[in-house]
Ligand binder design. Sequence first.
Ligand SMILES: *Cc1c(COP(=O)(O)O)cnc(C)c1O
Length: 360
Amino acid sequence: MGRVYNFSAGPAVLPEEVLKEAAAEMLDYRGCGMSVMEMSHRSSMFQQIIDEAEADFRKVLGVPDNYKVLFMQGGASLQFAMVPLNFMRDGKADYIITGQWAKKACAEAKRFGDAEAIASSADKTFSYIPDVTNLPIREGAKYLYICENNTIYGTKYHTLPDTKGVDLIADQSSCFLSEPVDVSKYAMIYGGVQKNVGPAGLVVAAIREDLIPTDDLPDVPTMLQYKIHADAGSLYNTPNCYAIYICGKVFKWILDMGGLTVMKQRNEEKAALLYDFLDNSKLFKGTVRKEDRSLMNVPFVTGSEELDKKFVAESKAAGLENLKGHRSVGGMRASIYNAMPKAGVEALVSFMEDFEKKNS
Ligand SMILES: *Cc1c(COP(=O)(O)O)cnc(C)c1O
C-alpha cells in the first residue's frame, strides 16, 4: 500500500521529501557510520545538527536576537506548567479559554497560584474567538496566555488580543510555522512540533530573554526552569535528538519552499478549497464562525451522526485517513497542515462532492 492522504490532527503528515532524506540517512548519517539516533548528543556531529536547526528556525520565524530559542521535552502539555512556574511565580496571570488546550493550561497554572480565565468561548462549544479588543486584564498580571490556533475546534485568532501592555504568551502548536508571525509582539511563543513540524515529544520555544528569571528558582524542579535549558543551549540533559534532527530538515524544507509567506499562500489556497465547498454544500456544514476559521484544522458535520460515521468509514476506504472529529465535537475534522499537498485537499473535496450526491 502506498501513502495515504493523512488528515490527522497530530502526530500529523510530514513532507515526503523530509521522510525520504531521513530514510536515506538512517543507517549512515553523512559518512559517520551511524544513525542520528545512535550518536552522542555531545558529539560535534550532533552539535552541528542542533545549531543548524536553531539557526534555521530563527530564519524561518524571524526570531529577534533578544529571544532565546529552546528545544525542550514533555510536549506542549509540560509548558502548561513551566510557563506559570517560571513567569507567574507568586504573582497572577490571565488566560483566555478558547478550547481544551487553553483550559488545561489555565487549570495547570491554577495549581501554582492566581491564574484566572478572563474571557471564554465555552458558551458556544468554542466555535468562535471571544472579543479581545477590551479585555478585563487584571492589574499586575504577569502575562496574558492564549492558545492561538484551537486544534480541536478549528478556530484561530486572526487579530492578537490588546494586552494593555501585559506580556503575551501563545501556544502555537497547531499553527506553528504555518504563516508569518511578528515574534516581537509576543513574550513567548511555543509549539509542540507534532502538529506541523516533526515527531511528537519535542517543543520549540522562542522566549524574550529578559523574561527568563536569572536566579535559580529553589521551588522549581531543575528540568522545569527555562534558565537551565537556555544556559545549556538546550543540552542540559539528553534532548530528543532525533526529533530535533527531523525538525531541522522541516525548517530547511520551509525555507526551500520560500518561507512562511509562501506557506501561508499555500495554506490559504488549500483551506479555501475546503471552506468554499462547505459554504456551498447542502449536506456538509462547517462548525466555526467564518471570521475565526483556522487554516489548519477544519471541523465539519453532516447533521446526522449516522452519516458522519459512514463518511469517516468510506473516506478511510478511499485513502483519506483520520477524518474523524474529536470526541468532544463529533463529526469530522480535516487537519491540513503545511505538509498536506493541495492534491490531498482536492481529493477530499471531490470525495465529499461524491458523498453528497449519493446521500441526499
Ligand atoms: C496537541 C496540542 C497540545 C498538546 O500537545 P502534547 O505535545 O500532546 O502535550 C497543546 N496545545 C495545542 C494547541 C495542541 O494542538
